[in-house]
Design a protein around this ligand. Structure first.
Ligand SMILES: Nc1ncnc2c1ncn2[C@@H]1O[C@H](COP(=O)(O)OP(=O)(O)O)[C@@H](O)[C@H]1O
Ligand SMILES: [Mg+2]
Length: 293
């Protein structure tokens, strides 16, 4: 009699009854008398993307520093797989599988691609006094991990500085995936990039998600967030304007909330008074706000 083989799709996102990969419950953080974050909650699931949106000073960077062990919350708690966790240091967060790509990327432009990939985690061969850095292995792993993301790097010896902005982001993302991250946090990875390069980075976010990682994507651009996001947390001056599942909010609603409805309408009228080109943009914005009634 033939055995019936039951296979599990490991990359498939967990269903909604499972505990989220990371749950953030009512975190608050103050610096002296300045409250940077007040009572913020959201969730990140494996195989999903949670976007954190807000203008400058909204508290986005403070938020990810609470998740990556740089700061500890004054109030509130973090739960991983349903269990409360506390990170005393960034190393502890990393060991728990939370990899953060900070805005400045922490890559060294003059250093080769493969050395950047292995920065701080160089593979070694041999034992004891014979133990040495296995450069050939490191280069081969870098090449294959990058190829896995659809980037063909012929010469991994070339300096990271010769790569485009989007490709540099991809080195940081591929590195996090290779070293076993479960949760990938990206702080404004698209903000310094042109439209095409931003699209490339959005594709890498989707790839990390499809590998089963949870992703936190920080941005101030709803047009970057909406196509890839499953959940949207909106911050304004340290407060939450809402934490929405995608089914609960449309792109025009997200845009309107981000801009603040009345402010957006005023901006649209101002733009309309400007020349032809921006007039079109103004009308577009007005259409967006009108569809919201
Ligand atoms: N280490 C700190 N000391 C004092 N104030 C801080 C510190 N970090 C952030 N803040 C304040 O918290 C607020 C939110 O900052 P931040 O998290 O960097 O916002 P964002 O990343 O959304 O631009 C700002 O008003 C900022 O001045
Ligand atoms: Mg910031």
């Amino acid at each position: 009699m033939a055995d019936i083989e039951v296979t599990e799709d490991k990359a498939a996102p967990r269903n909604d009854t499972d505990a989220p990969l990371l749950e953030i419950r009512g975190v608050t953080k103050a610096f002296g008398s300045v409250i940077s974050l007040a009572d913020i909650s959201t969730t990140v699931r494996a195989g999903q993307v949670t976007c954190v949106l807000g203008d400058n000073g909204a508290g986005k960077s403070t938020f990810i520093k609470l998740l990556s062990g740089v700061y500890r919350p004054d109030q509130g708690e973090l739960l991983m797989d349903g269990e409360p966790v506390r990170f005393g240091t960034p190393r502890e967060a990393l060991d728990a599988g939370i990899a953060t790509v900070f805005q400045d990327l922490a890559v060294v432009p003059l250093m080769s691609i493969w050395r950047n990939f292995f920065l701080g985690s160089e593979p070694t061969k041999g034992r004891g006094p014979l133990r040495r850095f296995d450069a050939e292995k490191a280069k081969q792993i870098t090449r294959s991990e990058m190829a896995d993301m659809g980037i063909d790097i012929r010469d991994v010896d070339q300096p990271v500085g010769t790569l485009s902005g989007g490709e540099r982001q991809s080195v940081a993302i591929a590195r996090a995936v290779h070293f076993g991250a479960r949760l990938l946090i990206l702080d404004e990875p698209t903000s310094a990039l042109g439209v095409k390069q931003a699209g490339v980075v959005l594709k890498y976010i989707v790839q990390a998600r499809d590998k089963g990682l949870g992703v936190i994507f920080i941005t101030h651009n709803p047009h970057h967030a909406y196509p890839v996001g499953d959940r949207f947390l909106l911050l304004k001056r340290g407060k939450s304007l809402g934490d929405f599942a995608k089914s609960e909010i449309s792109l025009p609603e997200l845009t309107r909330l981000m801009a603040g409805g009345a402010e957006l309408e005023q901006l649209a009228h101002e733009l309309e008074r400007e020349g032809d080109k921006s007039g079109a943009l103004g009308r577009e914005l007005l259409e967006d706000t009108k569809t919201l009634g």
